[in-house]
Design a protein around this ligand. Structure first.
Ligand SMILES: Nc1ncnc2c1ncn2[C@@H]1O[C@H](COP(=O)(O)OP(=O)(O)O)[C@@H](O)[C@H]1O
Ligand SMILES: [Mg+2]
Length: 211
């Protein structure tokens, strides 16, 4: 993914139009930038070679925007998502999540920021097969020591309700359909995440109630 002239990587990044659903709708604060990528480059070291994956990429993601990153295999999509998701760090350039510059944070600081700010829904959902739907949603919340047991369980039930799965709380993943498993993953993601996940949760809630 290259943008040596300083423009954003617009050729592979598209904001989906409103008709793709409520998640794509504009928020009441459309100008708040949640993710700011400034001139980032990433090179991987492979034996004695440097493999360029991203070259001077700029990108702003505003609150309330649903964005898809598309491009050919090997063009740097996963690399960019790993950097925005604080899983990896750039070789050069800066990334802001909200107001925080994450480019120079330690792995522990990044892990904490990731847990509280960014929600991931993995392609294969990554649910634990031995846990029920509600336990799968509860599990990542155990790291938040500031939550009491009652608050944690309340949050689990609230997010299962948001995705319409209250009746399936005791079901294990293999007792759920693919779509239901996906909804457990969404509930899990939204119940942990801060600004990014919460927006998705509100939009999802609107979509569920208007469907
Ligand atoms: N861990 C790695 N070590 C070395 N090269 C890598 C690594 N991960 C990705 N690459 C290279 O970086 C480039 C971008 O990869 P990637 O971000 O996975 O692309 P995409 O997700 O768009 O298919 C590719 O040339 C790939 O071979
Ligand atoms: Mg990829």
């Amino acid at each position: 993914m290259a943008s040596s002239d300083g423009r954003s990587a617009a050729s592979i990044v598209h904001s989906l139009p409103r008709r793709y659903g409520a998640i794509g709708a504009r928020s009441r604060h459309p100008k708040r930038v949640l993710v700011r990528v400034e001139n980032i480059s990433k090179q991987y070291r492979l034996d004695d070679q440097l493999v360029p994956a991203l070259n001077s990429v700029n990108l702003n993601i505003e609150q309330g925007v649903f964005m898809a990153i598309a491009g050919p295999s090997g063009s740097g999509k996963s690399t960019l998502l790993n950097l925005i998701g604080c899983i990896d760090t750039p070789t050069s350039g800066r990334i802001f999540i909200g107001d925080q510059d994450v480019s120079s944070k330690s792995p522990d600081q990044l892990a904490s920021l990731r847990a509280r700010t960014i929600g991931f829904i993995f392609q294969t959902f990554n649910l634990l097969p031995v846990l029920s739907a509600e336990e799968n949603v509860e599990y990542p919340l155990l790291q938040f020591k500031e939550l009491s047991v009652a608050e944690r369980q309340q949050r689990v039930q609230r997010y299962l309700e948001v995705v319409g799965l209250s009746e399936y709380a005791r079901h294990r993943p293999n007792q759920l359909s693919g779509g239901q498993r996906q909804r457990v993953a969404i509930a899990s993601c939204a119940s942990c995440a801060g600004s990014i996940g919460k927006r998705a949760q509100r939009s999802y809630s609107r979509r569920m109630t208007s469907a």
